[in-house]
Design a protein around this ligand. Structure first.
Ligand code: PMT
Length: 315
């Protein structure tokens, strides 16, 4: 790998504040991987790491202000549900406060809107929401109790990439049965921790002049060093449809991804294009079905591609 990229990556991790509860996260990962892919035994599941939501870049160590990347987390949450349905175990690496698997159809203020207090002062689910609440609780409990969903929250770019590295290195042992589905919107620029102001930046001293350093793309190191056998899907988001496919194709080749999911901001819930070395495959939401998602056919396609990849790798 390019040595200058390696040193940029090293300096990114060196400059990051220590990850809180690193040991606890490592234990959870170990337990989850052992449960779903025991070293001996035939009941091995495939494991996918789904990244979801946007990362923040703090501007102060005692952070009051930050730069944010757009992502509601809907793509990641919906995809997680379809991966679990397809028999995968999912490590859901998500931005705190974004959409969660199985809760997508609940209203924004679910707690306040879905429940009502009856005459006897007991709390019950109000009728229009009763089915949605029941299935959210039932499906979420089934995934957690079945040991097929591990949720790891992040807020900053530092936390997200530190955990991504931990996950990748931990699931390397399952070889081609691992998949990365990198739907999170990851910041491209950051302030290194050591050069960051400790306290709230004061506004009295006039315009703010601040230098942001480029976040190294982690895709190459993920593919080449952290988990070289894993099946890797990255995403490309653009607002200008004229450049979207070209940029996705460049990412496919540059980072040696197995596929890049290209999406345009305004149509991302209706259609995506899966860009591969063997051509581009458009995927559409089934508009004839109420409540359908584009993630349903997308995950079916990627699961098939992953199966072919595992078969080709001879395991
Ligand atoms: O969450 P929703 O509202 O449902 O929207 C979904 C989505 C539009 C956010 C999602 O479908 C999507 O496109 N996610 C990726 C958006 C993005 O930020 O793309 P990018 O061009 O910055 O990054 C491309 C890829 O490189 C990503 O897979 C990212 O994980 C990776 N990356 C990015 C920056 C970086 N420093 N290192 C990386 O590895």
């Amino acid at each position: 790998m390019d040595s200058s990229l390696l040193s940029e990556i090293e300096s990114f991790f060196e400059s990051a504040p220590p990850l809180k509860d690193r040991a606890g996260i490592a234990d959870k990962l170990k337990e989850f991987i052992e449960l779903n892919s025991p070293p001996s035994g035939s009941s091995r599941r495939r494991i996918v790491c789904v990244t979801s939501g946007g990362t923040t870049v703090p501007l102060e160590q005692r952070c009051v202000r930050y730069i944010d990347n757009f992502s509601s987390g809907h793509r990641g949450a919906a995809s997680t549900e379809y991966f679990i349905k397809a028999g995968y175990a999912v490590i859901f690496l998500y931005r705190r406060g974004t959409y969660q698997p199985y809760c997508r159809s609940l209203p924004d203020n679910a707690f306040l809107e879905c429940f009502e207090v009856t005459d006897e002062s007991t709390v019950q689910v109000s009728e229009p929401h009763s089915e949605a609440v029941k299935s959210a609780i039932r499906d979420h409990h089934a995934a957690v109790a079945g040991g097929v969903l591990l949720k790891l929250p992040f807020t900053t770019i530092f936390e997200c990439l530190q955990m991504l590295q931990m996950i990748a290195v931990s699931i390397r042992i399952i070889g081609p049965n691992a998949m990365f589905y990198l739907a999170a919107a990851v910041s491209d620029f950051y302030v290194p921790w050591r050069s960051m102001a400790e306290h709230k930046i004061q506004s009295g001293s006039g315009p703010l002049d601040m230098r942001l350093v480029q976040v190294p793309k982690m895709l190459s190191v993920l593919r080449k060093e952290w988990a070289p056998m894993a099946f890797c899907i990255s995403f490309k988001l653009e607002t200008d449809s004229k450049i979207l496919l070209k940029k996705a194709d460049m990412a496919l080749k540059k980072y040696e991804m197995h596929a890049v999911v290209a999406n345009e901001l305004s149509t991302r819930k209706e259609e995506v294009v899966v860009v591969t070395n063997n051509g581009n495959i458009p995927v559409y939401r089934d508009k004839t079905q109420a409540g359908s998602d584009v993630e349903n056919p997308l995950i079916k396609l990627l699961v098939d591609r992953h199966s072919a990849y595992i078969k080709d790798s001879g395991t």
